[in-house]
Write a protein that binds this ligand. Structure first.
Ligand code: SAM
Length: 278
């Protein structure tokens, strides 16, 4: 084992057991304690590895208590591995509070790289954005969800969301309403038998999902291409200038240029005002 009294943050497979890294396997096999989101869920994995560790439940509702127990073990010189049901702890999963408490207690935290649905999906998305924003789960209530999406509309980076199968239709419908013309990439059941990665205009997403009920099953990462970088450069500005030259009022020119190019309407409006003033 690498070091004794540390908290190891250990990603576990999303579906394909072969995705457990050799380092993760070694740690889970050798630590005396494993803090697990659901000890029943993680039992088979630990058993398969021949792990002897005793488990500490560490889920969303007992993170403070679990953190105290973990700090106790670490201060007694015993290593602890932290795992969630699948993927990387702390990424839309419990773990962050435990890590914070362990660090605050002056104990060592050693995070391991490994499976994570967001990075796996993004790497297979083909989205060309230079940057990405990982949002995780959107609010489950429609109004709040649309509001959250509205707030992300002008972000010039790819947007990544986690979604559950029973909400995927309404979420994709809201995305189409809020984002208009963007590319949507639906990544489903990654690393599993029915893995699907499909790109399409966001406006066609709902119809595509409805076409075959199987497309609505399983676990989802939804990704949207980002807002065009800025209105000051490129297509948005070119079209805006043409429309202004044709004598269109500022507001109408900004609205049309935004509809034609997908550039942010507010930014185009500001630019049109600046062009008029200048
Ligand atoms: N901590 C995990 C990670 O590192 O990705 C995420 C945990 S979160 C509770 C579960 C969500 O992750 C699912 O609802 C889904 O959005 C996404 N997810 C997990 N496994 C997936 C898979 N195999 N394919 C696509 N999405 C997946």
């Amino acid at each position: 084992m690498e070091e004794s009294a540390a908290l190891y943050v250990v990603p576990t497979p999303l579906g394909n057991l072969a995705d457990l890294t050799r380092r993760a396997e070694e740690i889970l096999r050798t630590v005396p304690w494993v803090a697990a989101e659901d000890t029943r869920h993680s039992g088979p994995l630990l058993k398969q590895l021949g792990a002897q560790a005793r488990t500490i439940p560490a889920h969303r509702h007992n993170e403070h208590e679990a953190a105290a127990r973990i700090v106790e073990k670490l201060q007694a010189g015993e290593a602890v591995a932290l795992i969630s049901d699948a993927g990387t702890p702390g990424i839309s999963d419990p773990g962050a509070r435990i890590v914070a408490a362990v660090r605050a207690a002056g104990c060592k935290v050693i995070p391991l790289p490994g499976p994570c649905a967001a990075t796996t999906a993004l790497s297979g998305s083909g989205l060309l954005d230079e940057h990405f924003l990982f949002y995780g789960f959107l609010p489950s209530k429609g109004g709040q969800r649309r509001q959250a999406l509205e707030e992300l509309r002008e972000q010039p980076c790819a947007l990544l969301f986690y979604e559950a199968p029973h909400r995927v239709l309404e979420t994709v419908e809201d995305m189409a309403t809020v984002f208009g013309e963007r590319t949507l990439v639906i990544a489903r059941e990654l690393t599993k038998l029915f893995e699907t990665i499909h790109s399409l205009p966001v406006a066609e997403g709902l119809a595509w999902l409805k076409e075959d009920p199987n497309r609505q099953r399983g676990e989802f990462v939804l990704m949207l291409s980002g807002a065009p970088a800025n209105a000051e450069s490129g297509e948005g500005e070119r079209v805006l200038k043409l429309l202004l030259a044709e004598g269109l009022p500022v507001k109408q020119a900004a609205k049309l240029a935004s509809a034609i190019t997908g550039a942010a309407k507010n930014a185009l409006y500001d630019l049109a005002l600046a062009l008029k003033a200048g």
